[in-house]
Structures are given as C-alpha cells and as structure tokens.
Ligand binder design. Structure first.
Ligand code: J2J
Length: 542
C-alpha cells in the first residue's frame, strides 16, 4: 500500500455483533444505496443547485463518469482525496463518485486555506485534491499550486470549472470498463474534520455502516421521507447539513436536496419558495437572522415544516424568537462529527424543545455524565459528557496522542461538553471543558491560534479565549503581551490571515496587556490562564 497508516475504525467484536443484531448496521454502503435509488426512482429530482437539476439517474450517471475518470487517471481504491467544494451540485456528484471508486474523501471547508488543507493532506496521506475554480471569489487553483509545492504527495488536482493546468472534472470520461464492486460496509468511507479543540483538526474515520445508520435513523426523527425537500444552507461539508439528517439523509430517503449558495435569507428564501423546501438546518445566529427576515420577506416560506438549529447553543429566549418568527416546528440538534447526535423530537412539548438540546438518536447510544474524576454525577447535576455507541468513533485517524486524551479505556469518547441530563434523557448543554471558541458553530482551537500569534516577531505571549457575543454566540479574543514594539491590532489580524488559515479563525478582537498577571502562585495551566483573562475582561466590561 502507498499509505503508511491504514484506515480503520474498530469497534470490539461484541459491539459489532450487538449493533448488527439490533438492526443498526445493515451492511449497506454508499455506492449500494445510491445505485438502488438511481434505478428505483430514476426520474425523481435528487439535487438542485445553481442552474442544475439532477434526477437520481443523472446523479448516478455523473458519479459513475467521475469515478471512472478518477481511477483512469491513476488513483487507486483506498487513496485519500481532499475535497474542497462549496454548495454546488458537483460537491455531491464528486463525493458519490469517490465512494463509487472506493476513493476516500477528506472534507475541507471552503473557508479553509493552505495551512489547513496541507494539514489534512499530510495527515490523511492524500494523493489528490479536488476543488472548484472559484467559490465566493477565492481562486482555489492558487491554493492547489501551493498545496502541491508543500505536499508533493498530492500528485493530482481535479477542478470543477476552468482547470487551468489541472484536470477538469467535466472532462473526465468513462475510459475504464470496470469500476470496483461495493466496499466492505465496515470499511472507512471518508474522513470528516474535527472541530480541533486542542491544536490542529483531527481526522474522523466514519464507516459506511455507522454513518448510514446515523442518517437513516435521523430521517425518522426529523420527518424526512421521499416527499421532503431538504435545504443545505450551511456549508455542505459540515457534518450537520451532511448527516443530521443532511443531504445524505435526504438522498437516502429519495427526497430532493436543494443547495443554497449562501446561508442568509437573501440566498435561501427565494429557493425555499421556488422549491417548496420542507426542512433546513441552521446555526443559532442564522436562525435568529431568518426569524427576523421572515416577517419582512415577499417570499412564501409556508412550505417549511421543520427548522433545525444546532452546532452551538440555542438559548431558550432565542428559541422563542425563532419559533415566533418562522412559525414552523423547531428541532434542536446537538451533534458532533465524532458521532453522537441528539434531537428534540418533533412531538416533544414546547418547553423541552425550547430548553433542551434533545436526546440521543439511538437506544444504543450510551451516555455518561461524570465529574472531573470520571465518577457519575448525581441525577440532574452538570458533568462531562462521555459517549459510546453505534455511530460514535472509537478513535481518530493517525493520532495516538489525541486518542489517549479523547477516549476512555473502555471506548467512551470524551466530548469535552458539559451537560445536564433530565430524567427523560434530554441533555442541556451547560458549557464545555475544552478551550475552543464556538464562533457561530465554527469551532476554533485557542491553542492553534495562539501558536500562530506567537510566531509573530512582536508577540511575546498570547492567550486566545471565547467571549460571549450578541450575534455570534461567542467571538474570539486574543490577549497579547507585545514584544519591544507594539504591533497594531489590524497587523496581527492580517498576520493570522497570512498564515494560511480560514478567515473565521482570525481573532475578532485583540487586547494588549502588559502581563498576564495571574494571582495564582507558581505556574498555572493555559486553561486556567485563559479562564482568568476571560473573567477579568468580562468584569471590566460591566
Ligand atoms: C450546544 N453546543 C453544540 C448545540 C453542537 C449535528 C449538529 C451539530 C454538529 C456539530 C454535528 C450544539 N448546543 N445544539 O456534527 O451532526 C457543539 C458541542 C459539540 C461540538 C461539535 C451534527 N451542537 N455543539 O456542531 O463537530 O460542543 O458538530 O461537541 O462541528 O459543537 O462540533 P461539530
């Protein structure tokens, strides 16, 4: 094999047996179910975006064509391919093609830049990169060139649109006569990106069996069936619009997927009216924006049945405003790319829907709420959420250090979230134990940004913390001890941007301080330091 680190996700045998016996894992695969839909509901509309309307048959044919072309160009089953595409139909066709060819997508967000994409490529040992010519004014071919210089193992680049010196996705054809058969349902289908709470993002290997179970079961809880019209408003590569129930859930159900080019009302509302969208998932700040705009829009939003909100905490008052503004059923979604997803049920009492983040999908989702020492807290107390189950990973790809930190010996994933559990099983997210900033659903690692700030010659020390923000939920604030001369805040922001990072990771605010001046004696942890800085800052704001 050309890879030094094999892809695998291993549940112990007794768990495998149990999840199969329970009917969660049914041996289905992505290419398997997509082929079945393309044959059975060939003429139903599968994907709508831009000027494109593909039926299930057309989507299937696109996937076959691209799959054959990718393999003919020298990629081999098992190869990893970093995919960075926005909310365009080709995103779905390309991913389906990769599954068909037994190539393994590694999902980058459109916002990611060289440093991040190079990290994904290295860590996954990717042999190829697929991007769009442009998306939201950024030219990804430039990024592709830099990526190949920095990570030469990325031998090939495929581009949606004008490919320049690269190979265009449109030009790929059915040169090869045989595509591989269906993969092992327990093999890794793709690598999802973690929020990266400590340091760089980790890669999350998800199998066909476990992921398909998560969105098949989600469909039932979110009311998705063949008549549904599901809108992707958030970036499609996010785990939420991909799988909870996401566009994969919608395709599994034989429903229609509508890709909104942007998450705001301007882009989404006309499409909701035109396509009669029934379900969409948003992060809290967007949900509030939509609720506000709904009262003023000329567009008919009456088709909307379920508005899902997740990715960050929706506080009860915001929930009230969302329901009042949009008038459809609210569903809170508390999920993570590592697995566990919680939903409020569509028939839950209003009070539960407003005040909780839902309960797990599966009876086989094991949830523990524990204290700092790992002992279960008393019923109703706040504690650390640990979980294991039929679609929660047992380990990250190629990262022993993270695995030692993030999983217990008996395979529970330490989510980093602090929760309270009601007798009904509903969870209320009450904060988190890890130092990341949840900026409108985008997770930012404090450590990662601190490292980039520290690389600046005029930064003596830096600590990045989350600050409550009226619009974003949380924003990032960097406390910086300058070196001999104090840089301007704009210069530091430009510095971080210039390090090849997603724009959402640039600190929203920079506060210069002479010293971190902790009252504690001796050395304190970074975590404690960040907490002190945050507390002092909020205190001074009063
Ligand atoms: C509070 N915090 C939340 C919520 C996620 C569905 C929905 C969301 C994600 C996601 C996802 C939250 N209230 N309702 O993958 O399939 C925070 C928690 C969690 C982390 C995971 C899905 N919903 N969070 O957001 O991998 O801190 O997945 O551990 O991006 O987001 O982030 P991510």
């Amino acid at each position: 094999s050309r890879h030094t680190v094999p892809l695998r996700q291993t549940w112990p045998d007794d768990f495998v047996a149990r999840y199969r016996a329970a009917g969660h894992w049914r041996g289905e695969t992505f290419p398997g179910f997509l082929r079945e839909r393309a044959a059975r509901i060939a003429d139903s509309v599968a994907v709508v975006g831009g000027d494109t309307r593909w039926t299930y048959a057309q989507l299937g044919a696109e996937a076959e064509r691209i799959a054959a072309g990718l393999l003919a160009s020298g990629l081999a089953p098992g190869d990893r391919v970093v995919v960075q595409l926005g909310n365009i139909p080709e995103f779905i066709a390309v991913v389906c093609a990769l599954f068909r060819a037994q190539l393994v997508p590694v999902y980058a967000l459109p916002a990611h830049r060289l440093t991040e994409v190079a990290h994904f490529a290295r860590k996954s040992e990717a042999g190829a990169y697929i991007c769009a010519e442009r998306y939201e004014t950024f030219d990804y071919r430039t990024l592709a060139r830099e990526l190949q210089t920095e990570v030469p193992a990325v031998r090939q680049v495929f581009v949606v649109g004008d490919a320049a010196e690269f190979v265009s996705i449109e030009s790929l054809d059915d040169a090869r006569d045989a595509l591989p058969g269906d993969p092992d349902p327990q093999s890794v289908a793709f690598l999802q990106i973690s929020g990266g709470s400590t340091g760089l993002s980790k890669l999350i290997p998800r199998t066909h069996d476990d992921y398909i179970y998560s969105f098949r079961a989600s469909n039932a809880l979110c009311g998705i069936d063949a008549d549904s019209v599901y809108m992707v408003a958030l970036p499609a590569a996010h785990n939420f619009p991909m799988s909870s129930p996401g566009f994969f859930g919608a395709l599994y159900a034989g429903a229609r997927v509508v890709l909104s080019p942007g998450p705001g009302p301007d882009a989404a509302f006309p499409l909701i009216a035109r396509e009669r969208v029934t379900c969409v998932g948003l992060v809290p700040p967007l949900a509030l924006l939509w609720a506000d705009a709904a009262g003023k829009t000329p567009h008919d939003l009456s088709s909307l049945q379920v508005l899902q909100v997740g990715g960050a905490k929706l506080v009860p008052e915001a929930a009230r405003r969302v329901v009042a503004g949009l008038g459809c059923t609210l569903q809170q979604v508390f999920g993570m790319a590592e697995g566990l997803v919680n939903y409020t049920r569509l028939d839950d009492a209003d009070e539960l829907v407003r005040t909780t983040q839902g309960r797990p999908i599966s009876d086989d989702d094991e949830v523990l709420v524990v204290d700092d020492h790992g002992a279960p807290v008393a019923e109703g107390e706040i504690g650390h959420l640990l979980t294991r189950g039929p679609y929660t990973i047992r380990g990250y790809h190629n990262d022993d250090a993270a695995n030692a930190r993030s999983f217990t010996d008996d395979g529970f994933y330490r989510t980093g979230d602090m929760v309270q559990r009601l007798p009904s099983g509903h969870l209320i997210v009450q904060g988190r134990a890890t130092d990341h900033i949840n900026r409108a659903g985008e997770k930012i690692s404090a450590e990662e940004i601190e490292d980039h700030l520290l690389a600046h010659p005029q930064v003596f020390d830096a600590a990045v913390v989350s600050i409550p923000d009226e619009f974003l939920g949380e924003r990032s604030c960097a406390f910086v001890i300058p070196g001999d001369t104090k840089p301007r805040p704009a210069e530091l922001k430009a510095w971080v941007r210039g390090r090849g990072l997603a724009a959402f990771k640039v600190p929203d605010q920079i506060v210069f301080v002479d010293a971190f001046g902790t009252t504690a004696v001796g050395k304190i942890s970074r975590r404690e330091l960040r907490a002190q800085l945050r507390a002092r800052f909020l205190d001074e704001q009063k």
